[in-house]
Design a protein around this ligand. Structure first.
Ligand SMILES: C[S@@+](CC[C@H](N)C(=O)[O-])C[C@H]1O[C@@H](n2cnc3c(N)ncnc32)[C@H](O)[C@@H]1O
Length: 284
């Protein structure tokens, strides 16, 4: 599990502390490490994924581990194979940049969430500087199939940039740019906000996520600086450009939940709801 998985698990654990038995879905769970780890910790964690073509081994691995079918389910014809209003929290790590039809997916996510249920999603938007799948800066801002983009990728790859560098140069460029065109859909942050806002109240959780990361790094002394608005603004803006965004959304509810974890931004719950719990990172 990487730091994002630990972070999402921490948020899920805190929600479960306040609502014992809370049901949690990891959307686009891939090989479902977070589902397995969450279950080991006693959380009611499930996963769903379309298992897209580039990773055929994922589904095979899940089958071999006996997870596929119950705890982890395959999304077919766009339907998340779970009941209406059956989850308190949907987590998602590095998935929404792969979703072509966001309108349909968000409708499904809303369907499976209980009123007042939450979504926490980590994924890059168009504004990111380094395209993470290829490892090349700004390549996702260039026109698909342009000679200019191909030559740019060739030169940068020849200079040592890029991911998965075992393939020969021209094959690497063809494969990686092909993957980008077929499986990655970057959207500007304001478009993401608009799409989610059709179903949810939306806010951002990057400051909280950056604090979590700092706490676990050698730069933990910087965490306090996040209390200064200009530093917090700079740190989160830099994080968005260099890594990804963290979005939190809440399905509307007439009845406010009695217990809402402290990581839920106040904007999404109103000031009158008592805040319980904290998300101080696990020091281990
Ligand atoms: C980069 S992987 C991330 C996997 C996992 N979330 C993790 O953190 O390890 C992207 C995953 O998104 C899934 N995916 C792509 N498009 C999807 C969609 N429309 N709905 C659900 N899952 C999707 C892929 O099958 C793949 O497992």
């Amino acid at each position: 599990m990487d730091v994002n998985h630990h972070y999402l698990l921490q948020l899920a654990t805190e929600l479960n502390d306040l609502r014992p038995g809370a049901r949690i879905l990891d959307y686009g769970c891939g090989n479902a490490e977070i589902v397995e780890e969450g279950r080991k910790k006693g959380l009611n964690f499930y996963g769903a994924d379309i298992f897209y073509d580039p990773n055929p081994e994922t589904r095979i691995g899940l089958q071999a581990r006996g997870l596929l079918g119950d705890q982890v389910r395959e999304i077919r014809d766009g339907r998340i194979p779970f009941e209406d209003e059956s989850f308190d929290l949907v987590t998602s790590n590095m998935v929404f940049e792969h979703v072509e039809d966001m309108v349909a997916v968000l409708r499904e996510v809303e369907r499976v969430l209980r009123p007042g249920g939450l979504v926490v999603a980590l994924f890059p938007t168009m504004e990111v500087w380094r395209e993470a799948h290829t490892g090349l800066p700004f390549v996702h801002w260039m026109r698909p199939n342009s000679v200019y983009r191909r030559n740019y990728a060739l030169i940068l790859r020849a200079c040592g940039f890029g991911t998965f560098k075992t393939r020969p140069l021209t094959k690497w460029v063809g494969d990686l740019l092909g993957y980008l065109d077929r499986y990655v859909y970057y959207r500007p942050r304001n478009v993401v906000t608009e799409l989610f806002s059709a179903h949810f109240s939306v806010d951002w959780i990057e400051r909280h996520h950056v604090a979590y990361r700092l706490e676990r790094s050698r730069l933990r002394f910087c965490k306090r600086l996040l209390n200064f608005p200009p530093f917090a603004w700079f740190a989160t803006a830099a994080f968005n450009r260099l890594a990804f965004v963290g979005l939190v959304a809440r399905k509307p509810s007439d009845v406010e939940a009695a217990h809402i974890p402290a990581w839920v931004p106040k904007k999404l719950i109103g000031m009158s709801v008592p805040q319980v719990g904290s998300v101080e990172p696990d020091p281990s």
